[in-house]
Write a protein that binds this ligand. Structure first.
Ligand code: 9UX
Length: 68
């Protein structure tokens, strides 16, 4: 299991947090995703044999946020 932190722009309210966490947690290979609204950081714990960082970035972007 790997842990990485994504820097996401534009998350400001609790619904943003839910959308991003929901999108990531729904992906096969992601075990946990946690958004910190104050810092804009998203901590993801994932199985690198099942999912790439790029796929996770895309899932966040599909929700309408920019990933640095
Ligand atoms: Mo809240 Mo987030 O009204 O894009 S859902 S700011």
């Amino acid at each position: 299991m790997h842990t990485k932190t994504l820097n996401v722009k534009g998350m400001t309210c609790g619904h943003c947090k839910m959308s991003v966490e929901g999108a990531l947690n729904g992906l096969d290979g992601v075990s946990t995703a946690e958004v910190d609204l104050n810092s804009g950081k998203v901590k993801v714990e994932y199985d690198e044999t099942k999912i790439t960082l790029e796929s996770m970035k895309e899932a966040v972007e599909d929700q309408g946020y920019d990933v640095a």
